[in-house]
Ligand binder design. Structure first.
Ligand SMILES: [Zn+2]
Length: 237
């Protein structure tokens, strides 16, 4: 059998090998989702922290509200006494007046503190909502990526398994030593062991081949390699 016939069989094999190789590369390029998972975990931790801060801020606000309520009740009791008409002693009325002023001052101070606490709770609430949204998005992206990778892995694995018997069948037709050489080149040349030389250009590395190499290849007395990429050269037909 002539070398050109052997190369023709190798071309058929390369076609199938390329299909397998492309699928193997696609498998390797699939996103495991690990980075997205780490992102979601980091957001979850941040969300837990802001949620705790929010609960604390709300608690502080409630405490101030209760303290304010009790001061207002106290103030009402003092006012009731002061203007109830039952107490007439000027000294006693003067003391009550002072009490009322003191409580009014405490109320005013506490109202400012309460406003600050309400602001802090509001800020924490907004932050919690924002991180909650980012967390939901990160979770969804992670889940979608994992699902996509799983589906793609199944599809590509199935397709490779379906191509393998054809690969084996075609490989068995090729001369053993030529096949060994081809497989060896393929291993370190992005899955391509054989290049086509239409119009004097290597189909794999796109270099213009010199005349002498082209002539040797057309003669078909020996296996000719691309001087640039080292792949086996074959005419297209
Ligand atoms: Zn080349």
């Amino acid at each position: 059998m002539s070398l050109h016939d052997e190369l023709a069989k190798l071309r058929d094999l390369q076609k199938v090998d390329t299909q397998i190789y492309q699928r193997e590369q696609a498998l390797k390029a699939l996103d495991s989702g690990d980075a997205l998972k780490q992102e979601a975990i980091a957001l979850l931790k941040r969300h837990d922290a802001v949620e705790a801060a929010l609960r604390k801020a709300e608690g502080t606000q409630r405490d101030h509200e209760l303290a304010l309520k009790s001061l207002e009740e106290k103030r009402k009791a003092v006012n009731d006494k002061l203007y109830g008409g039952r107490i007439t002693n000027p000294k006693e009325l003067g003391d009550l007046q002072k009490d009322e002023e003191m409580i009014a001052h405490q109320i005013s101070t506490l109202e400012d503190v309460l406003l600050e606490a309400m602001d802090a709770a509001e800020t924490a609430r907004a932050e919690e909502a924002e991180i909650g949204k980012a967390l939901a998005l990160a979770k969804r992206r992670w889940q979608e990526t994992v699902a996509h990778t799983k589906a793609e892995t199944e599809r590509l694995t199935k397709e490779i398994a379906a191509l393998k018997p054809e690969r084996d069948r075609l490989a068995a037709l090729v001369d053993k030593s030529l096949l060994r050489r081809y497989d060896e080149i393929r291993r370190h040349s992005q899955g391509i062991g054989l290049a086509i030389t239409d119009s004097g250009i290597c189909s794999a590395c796109h270099i213009t081949l010199n005349r002498e190499i082209m002539d040797r290849m057309v003669e078909g007395f020996e296996v000719v390699l691309c001087e640039n990429c080292g792949r086996i050269l074959s005419p297209s037909l």
